[in-house]
Design a binder for this molecule. Sequence first.
Ligand code: SF4
Length: 338
Amino acid sequence: MATFTHPPDPELDDRVARIDPAIDLVAEIRRLLHERDAIFLAHYYQESQIQDLADVVGDSLALAQAAARARKQTILFAGVHFMAETAKILNPDSVVVVPDLRAGCSLADGCPAADFARFKAQHPDHWTVTYVNCSAQVKAMSDIICTSSNAVAIVKAAPRSQKLLFAPDRYLARWVIRQTGRDDMVFWPGTCIVHEIFSAQEIAALQVAHPGARVIAHPECDEPVLALATFIGSTSALIDHVKSSSTREFIVATEPGVLHQMQKVAPGKTLIPAPAQGNCSCNECPHMRLNTAEKVYLALRDLTPRVEVPEAIRVEALVPIQRMLDFSARDRTPPAGD
Ligand code: SF4
């Protein structure tokens, strides 16, 4: 797993330890989902057991949209904090709970609101395009939110005379610049600790061992990795590509949790997780992997921890999110997130 140490949470550890070992966890989760009038949303990067228990598995925006459509009293969001926050922004009347409140994101955590405000102030005449992997406060300061699948279309649609600022992922920004020719776009220098650690050298060695395999990659990866890829896209796009392509073997450069859904939609294909530098298991997101079936059960049973967004920030953050949803509806590009 990527090198990251979370602060201890002895209270949560104690609650997990006190779960009655005799209970049928899966049956209890299903019973509680019904009892709480809840929808269970899980991101593609969650462990397989969680994905198989969820009502909907998808990327961050698709999951928030699913929550909005569901009109449930409770949303259980197994992903990371900014995703649950987005669900709360779109569904203020629902109780939104997460298995582990410590599940953050290096991109969101690396772009504090106060620093972002200063960065914006240095570029006062710029229109702010912000990747969904950011806090509600940063969203509230943005002109439009984007995801990895609609970022290129959104930047392309901006008038050429309009100066642009992109945050918080620098690799996604550079990829968007290459796709759009907007080399005047300034960007926040954030990175994803998972996607930046893939090794182009190790991937190239794998290609030699698997000459029929195609490399596919998420645009949060660094340029040498993207240069090896025959297809670059969001998690949803990568899954769709594996399903529809005639290629039988893929080297997949994104969080390996996604391989579970790829294997489901394309059972006959060979999927090789791209190795990280030094061949460690750093390609697993340490935030996503905090979530477990036990913590899912506790979140549903106790309706805690809850994700809350102050109303003034929620109202402001909703504007750029809605702008993106409206843009994507017009563009007919299904929005898809991290
Ligand atoms: S994989 Fe990267 S971008 Fe996605 S949640 Fe983890 S740290 Fe954030």
